[in-house]
Write a protein that binds this ligand. Structure first.
Ligand SMILES: [Zn+2]
Length: 116
């Protein structure tokens, strides 16, 4: 017997139904979204802050800029959080932060790149 994923009541009707009603379906998704938001809030905040810092340094239209790592340290840029990684043709590691990336250029230099 199939039971509702939310209230555990018996389900009737279509074989692929997982909720007994629209109420249970909606309630399930509202609660899932709430739990998800609580779990991701802290990391999202760090990533958004990192992106803001890169945008602030690069400005509205520059494609790339090499800066001293100290500038990012002073702005409390968090190097531990990125949205993805990738290697370029010169085998340099791109650390993506949404539509920006940073590359360790030397021990104290960082290259910031606008990706889009
Ligand atoms: Zn239900």
């Amino acid at each position: 017997m199939r039971k509702c994923k939310m209230c555990k009541e018996k389900i009737s009707g279509r074989i692929d139904k997982i909720f007994c009603s629209n109420y249970c379906k909606s309630d399930y998704h509202v609660k899932l979204r709430r739990v998800n938001s609580l779990a991701t809030y802290h990391i999202d905040k760090i990533l958004h802050r990192n992106r803001s810092i890169l945008l602030e340094i690069l400005g509205k239209s520059a494609q790339k800029k090499k800066i001293n790592k100290k500038i990012l340290d002073e702005k409390k840029f968090n190097f531990s959080y990125v949205t993805s990684f990738g290697l370029n043709s010169k085998n340099k590691m791109y650390h993506y932060v949404y539509d920006f990336a940073w590359i360790k250029f030397s021990s104290n230099e960082i290259l910031i790149v606008r990706v889009s």
